[in-house]
Design a protein around this ligand. Structure first.
Ligand SMILES: [Fe+2]
Ligand SMILES: [Fe+2]
Length: 173
């Protein structure tokens, strides 16, 4: 697989976590990963830069929320963000010299990694943020529940680590 699967990795309501700022940034993440995967050679450097900038802001935002609110499970979440950014930065030199296959492989690895990260690390943070603000868990309105169930059944039953998805990329760096 050299491209992100456009069916399984398009934004859908199954990705909603009920915390609007996080949902908004996740929708943007999905869009940018898909764009990098499908970018023609002449657009890969721009698509990579946009995704890298987004990810830095995305992860910094979540890290800041966790730190500011003393989120109990913040350490492993912050560590995973750092590991994923490390994998992304390892790909940057390849992109600079025109090895665009590495950028597309990164997009595939990110598409594989994101659903587990969202389920096991981002969702508890979304609940925490909503509970602090409203005193309860978020209410998520999903329009395409059948698709959500189908997607959920494909997800891994246990927490995953960033290393599993980026192992090959790290070896090549
Ligand atoms: Fe996130
Ligand atoms: Fe996260």
């Amino acid at each position: 697989m050299t491209q992100v699967d456009s069916v399984s990795f398009a934004w859908h309501d199954g990705f909603l976590l009920g915390h609007a700022p996080m949902d908004h940034v996740h929708e943007e993440f999905v869009r940018l990963v898909a764009a990098l995967s499908r970018a023609p050679d002449e657009s890969v450097q721009d698509a990579f830069r946009l995704l890298a900038d987004h990810m830095r802001e995305h992860f910094n935002m979540e890290n800041a929320w966790m730190t500011a609110t003393a989120f109990p499970a913040r350490e492993c979440h912050i560590d995973e963000h750092a590991a994923v950014m490390g994998s992304l930065e390892a790909v940057r030199p390849h992109v600079v010299v025109g090895n665009y296959a590495e950028a597309r492989r990164l997009a595939v690895a990110l598409a594989d990694w994101f659903p587990g990260h969202a389920d096991y690390l981002d969702a508890p943070l979304a609940h925490w943020m909503c509970k602090r603000r409203f005193g309860g868990k978020p209410v998520v309105m999903r329009r395409h529940i059948h698709q959500f169930i189908k997607e959920s059944s494909r997800r891994l039953p246990t927490p995953i680590s960033a290393g599993q998805h980026f192992e090959d990329l790290d070896k090549q760096a």
